[in-house]
Write a protein that binds this ligand. Structure first.
Ligand code: FES
Length: 372
């Protein structure tokens, strides 16, 4: 076969592609390369569906890629109908796992493109794209002595990584680092609708044997052996961890669980909780906000009246890189060169020049120039 002339390879379309910043899968698709051959991706080596609506995947990570710190998440890209969807999943493994594998669990949601795809289609050999580790919550090398874990639903996964790391370190038996001669205490309250909905029940039993005080608390039916049930209350904390006032507290779960913990701890104490969010609560764009947004890289200028910079860019025909669309993953971060934007989670306005902003949760307040 004769090689095509170089000038045909470097067509105008390809040149434009190479000169415009995009996520890696964009180049891969544009160049006609099968993304599943991407050596930086992960391979599914085992699939389990231990309880209804939960897919557990064991991934082989590429050489040189480590699991994130216990509690933090991996960014995973899943291709569904030719479109890459990015999500974040926390591996459940202890930091001591050394075989190059990582286990994640994906709970299926009724409208979840990725969770339904994996529930229906995941099988050994499936290839996934990998991004950078992300997360606001992780167990540090300097271990706190006493640890309280609070989770709900899918929040079980980062907590499993933290609890199993501490257990493997001998933290609860007094042989771990950071605990001196006295054992550190670890208590874990995990909330589910029904106990049988919780995956990883064998691992939870192993943790209890290693000294972690684990309670799986049903919110819809049944009780724990010591009579705890329903949503989190101060009584739950007192029963499970009467020493919790001096503990490091980790939280991963839905907003009602976070509100329950805030009420139980008080606002000041809650502000110190290490937290991984499921969602970010954003308020509406106030009347009067909005402006003309100049997207400097693409040369597109558009009016934005009351929506996020991401939605405004999409309405103007652009396709900015994004993941969660809720302020968690930072995939959408872009440089605001000038102008002011409002963070829709806090309502705060910032106008620092050349500042990185998450365009999915920021809206313009007046005219804005942004690197998109
Ligand atoms: S898309 Fe995840 S933070 Fe914006």
């Amino acid at each position: 076969m004769t090689a095509p002339p170089v000038r045909r390879l470097f067509s105008r379309r390809l040149t434009r592609t190479l000169l415009t910043p995009h996520p890696v899968e964009h180049y891969v698709r544009s160049l006609g390369v099968d993304w599943s051959d991407d050596p930086t991706g992960a391979t599914v080596v085992a699939v389990d569906r231990p309880v209804r609506d939960v897919t557990v995947l064991t991934l082989r990570l590429p050489a040189g890629v480590d699991r994130p710190a216990p509690g933090a998440a991996l960014e995973i890209g899943v291709v569904v109908d030719g479109v890459v969807h990015r999500r974040h999943y926390s591996p459940v493994d202890p930091a001591s796992r050394r075989d190059g594998l990582a286990t994640i669990a994906v709970r299926r949601h009724p409208d979840g493109v990725v969770s339904n795809h994996l529930w229906d289609r995941a099988e050994p050999g499936m290839r996934l794209l990998l991004g950078n580790p992300v997360g606001e919550m992780a167990l540090t090398e300097a271990r706190p002595a006493d640890v309280l874990l609070v989770s709900g639903g899918s929040g079980i996964t980062p907590m499993l990584a933290i609890a199993s790391t501490l257990a493997a370190d001998g933290h609860c038996t007094g042989t771990g680092t950071g605990t001196g001669t006295a054992p550190g205490r670890v208590a874990w309250l995990h909330y589910v609708r029904r106990v049988q909905d919780a995956p990883f029940r064998d691992q939870l039993r192993d943790l209890a044997r290693a000294g972690v005080s684990v309670r799986v608390i049903p919110t819809a039916e049944g009780t724990t052996p010591d009579g705890l049930a329903g949503h989190l209350t101060p009584d739950h904390l007192e029963a499970a961890a009467p020493w919790h006032r001096d503990a490091a507290v980790f939280l991963c779960g839905p907003e009602p669980l976070a509100r329950g913990l805030e009420e139980a701890l008080g606002a000041e104490r809650f502000s110190g909780v290490l937290r991984e969010r499921f969602t970010s609560a954003t308020g509406p764009v106030p009347d009067g906000d909005g402006g003309t947004v100049t997207h400097l890289r693409s040369g597109v200028t558009a009016r934005n009246e009351g929506t996020t910079l991401l939605e405004g860019a999409e309405a103007a025909g652009l396709s900015p890189q994004h993941g969660c669309r809720m302020g968690i993953c930072h995939t959408c971060t872009a440089v605001r060169v000038s102008g002011a934007t409002r963070d829709l989670r806090t309502g705060e306005i910032d106008s620092t020049p050349d500042c990185h902003v998450q365009i999915c949760i920021n809206a313009p307040v007046g005219d804005v120039e942004i690197e998109l």
